[in-house]
Design a protein around this ligand. Sequence first.
Ligand code: BG6
Length: 462
Amino acid sequence: MKQFPTDFLWGGAVAANQVEGAWQEGGKGVSTSDVQPHGIFGEVNQRHDNTFSLKDKAIDFYHRYPEDIALMSEMGFGILRISIAWTRIFPKGDELTPCEAGLAYYDKLFDELEKHGIQAMVTLSHYEMPWHLVTEYGGWVNREVITCFERYAKVVFKRYGEKVKWWLTFNEINMSLHAPLTGVGLQAGCTESHVYQAIHHQLVASALAVRACHLLIPNAKIGNMLLGGLVYPLTCKPNDVFETLQENRKWLFFGDVQCRGTYPGYMLRYFRDKKIDVVITDEDKQTLKHTVDFISFSYYMTGCVTADKTLNKQIRGNILDMVPNPHLRASEWGWQIDPVGLRTLLNVLWDRYQKPLFIVENGLGAKDQPDAQGEISDDYRIDYLNDHLVQVREALQDGVEVLGYTSWGPIDLISASKAEISKRYGFIYVDRHDDGSGTLARSRKKSFYWYQEVIRTHGASL
Ligand code: BG6
């Protein structure tokens, strides 16, 4: 098989807080992303002092989306993954009535996509809950936040049910373990019990959204979204292998609950051993049975695990603080490049759950330098994406059901981890820089034409 199936969905993925800007327009409220001008691991700054944040204007997708969607259409996109900013619909999060200006904005955006024959995939919550729910409720550790989220989900399902047939609940839900404020609205000083209680509430909210979506839009599909944090044992020592199993379970746990509808035994043991107290009611147990239709995930890198405590402390790197793999090279940001890992991950998820998979993020963050003519020859990006897609094709041959592929940041955007734009992922270049300078003009990189050809040939050009 040289080609991908003809109904395979090709496209790209973005998130509201990384592209829209317009952070105080259209009645929008303040989100956790707005108070983290230096990214998801950065300090909280309540923005009373006019601190600069690149995200405030981002790439101005809020106003420029028609031009951007036209360029994506030119590449042949069949699908665009966006997220709705919860704070555009419920500015504080706990209102009973939604903000009409926010709802109207996404109506226009979906209409524009439809005009170009591009399907929308929508993440309900991508790293930006209302800040008010953090300050007044204490984040997801408070059960009332579930009600606020369910209300928000129902409002958007009812409003956009005719226009959107692909939904995702929480972006990289397992990231709450690494960035609790971004994931579950918990501030410094929270304990592991708080984190897992908040995660439990979010898992219940995710299942309630699945139930509501099935009732309100029976012909739609709703999935979860995992950060595919696959790790390998650093050696074949049995202790390294077992430690690796446990490390992979840290993120697979979320998939287990969202796909199987119940807490796995290994997690209950972890809670017992660590004296972690999580309140799980009988009603919650019933709710969790509303499992997702498909699994979506991001994939950027793999890492290694060692049971050797000293070694563990000495050699840690990248966003998930994994032990580097001596056999792989890394991107400029220290993310190790492992195309075969994507095939392995697809097979692992398929073997475990037997549910269709959707790769909703993958890509290379790199510095791009326009030449004298203003052209960007991003062969490094083409190589990265090409090598990964070849492995997706292998996984399809392995019998894995893969619905589609949306590359991360088809247009340059503000990075999540450090809020930089110099870390570029796009096929489309945006003239904006980390200091906020630039015209915001869009232009096509070499990879734009490469991806266009991949889509046109259903992958035969890879
Ligand atoms: C994922 C997120 O973690 O990775 C995105 O869902 C993020 O929001 C992407 O942008 C890449 O990370 P970064 O830090 O390079 O933007």
